[in-house]
Design a protein around this ligand. Structure first.
Ligand SMILES: Nc1ncnc2c1ncn2[C@@H]1O[C@H](COP(=O)(O)OP(=O)(O)OP(=O)(O)O)[C@@H](O)[C@H]1O
Length: 371
């Protein structure tokens, strides 16, 4: 899939702007604070219906204006799409090929993009909660049943915690046993699906890492469960039995602290470089490469699921990568997918790329430059 054209009106710092993208590599170059990320944000908003950094539409509308509009034209395997999104004080209005759609769910997913932004480094540097969220989002997009079990599981954890806090219970409380049954049932489905997904993610991400780093280091990952004894290859039922036993064992402690201490809501993904855990040993550039590899694996998943590659948006990721990694990343990806890159300076990349479209971004104006 390719994005052909984007038009912005009163979106962020753009009074009005238009950009015609090439199906290959597109580079938006400009100094800090000129509007490069804003342009990426507009494309993401059309694709997924959400911004990666704004929670209110008000922040997306140009200051002192009432309304913003984004138009995005794309060619997809299902035909050409003209997507229009209007943001205003009375809410959003969305159009697909000139026809207004009733709900945003009919609008999102018409085009697919994968955005890699500086915040993605948190996948490596941040705590387990961030990696669990990554896992839940990625898996949830592909498997609605996963979301079903996850939400029932999360609800049961909340209820169990409330119960644990509510009064001085005995460890053999019937209600607690009933919650444990729910946690074991849905928790086992959650972990089982996570392990299956991680097996695929591990392969994709390791290959992408190796391609970007020219095979210099080997990246790997593993699921670390707070439930001891769980192993890949177990059935859902076997996992459920393990979770139930772990909950029983932790009851006295859980009662003391008023919280559930074992289960998928406490699990993590461990990341390794050459067999060593990354936050103790990996450099800044290596950590960035790992975060990129995890995120870029999504491209392969999407291709497998949807039969077409998404558009890749790389926002400000090049600066921490050495020349070789930059080159491998951009040349490797652009062979498969349309790529849009933002950067403050072209440096060596401009010499390495033989065919790309260059846009200068300055104070909310986008102008194409000859290369
Ligand atoms: N709603 C808005 N209305 C007008 N201007 C806005 C709005 N929101 C943000 N801006 C302006 O947009 C600019 C930030 O743009 P953006 O984040 O795209 O920068 P950038 O070019 O990606 O910079 P960097 O290289 O630092 O990441 C800032 O100057 C900010 O003041």
């Amino acid at each position: 899939m390719d994005i052909r054209r984007v038009e912005l009106n009163n979106f962020r710092n753009y009074p009005t702007a238009e950009i015609e993208l090439s199906p290959g590599v597109n580079v938006l170059v400009g100094e800090n604070g000129q509007g490069k990320t804003n342009a990426m944000e507009a494309m993401l908003l059309i694709a997924v219906g959400k911004s990666h950094r704004a929670h209110r539409d008000r922040d997306l509308i140009r200051w002192e204006q009432d309304r913003a509009q984004i138009i995005l034209e794309a060619s997809t395997r299902y035909g050409d799409r003209r997507l229009k999104l209007e943001l205003g004080p009375d809410g959003r209005r969305a159009f697909v090929n000139g026809v207004q759609v009733g709900r945003m769910t009919e609008f999102v997913g018409q085009v697919q993009v994968v955005l890699f932004a500086p915040e993605d480094l948190d996948l490596v540097k941040g705590g387990p909660r961030i990696r669990r969220r990554f896992l839940d989002t990625e898996l949830g997009q592909m498997e609605p049943l996963y979301l079903h079990h996850l939400s029932l599981y999360n609800r049961a954890v909340l209820q169990r915690n409330r119960w644990l806090k509510s009064s001085s219970l005995a460890p053999d409380d019937d209600m607690l046993a009933a919650y444990d049954g729910q946690l074991a049932l849905h928790g086992a489905h959650v972990i089982h699906r996570r392990l299956r997904f991680l097996e695929r993610l591990r392969n994709y991400a390791a290959r992408i890492y190796s391609d970007i780093a020219s095979g210099r280091e080997t990246f790997s990952l593993a699921y670390r469960s707070s439930v001891s004894g769980l192993a890949e290859g177990m059935t859902v039922e076997e996992m459920g039995a393990f979770i139930e036993r772990a909950l029983e064992r932790s009851r006295a402690q859980d009662l003391r602290f008023g919280t559930t201490s074992v289960g998928p809501h406490r699990d993590d993904i461990l990341l390794f470089l050459d067999g060593r855990e990354v936050h103790t040993a990996a450099s800044q550039g290596q950590q960035r490469t790992i975060a990129l590899s995890l995120r870029l694996a999504e491209i392969d998943f999407m291709h497998e699921e949807l039969g077409e590659y998404p558009v890749l948006l790389l926002d400000d990721v090049l600066s921490e990568l050495d020349d070789l990694r930059q080159r491998n990343l951009v040349l490797g990806m652009s062979r498969k997918v349309q790529t849009v890159i933002t950067t403050t300076s072209l440096n060596r990349l401009g010499q390495e790329l033989d065919d790309f479209r260059l846009f200068r971004v300055c104070s909310g104006i986008i102008a194409e430059e000859r290369v």
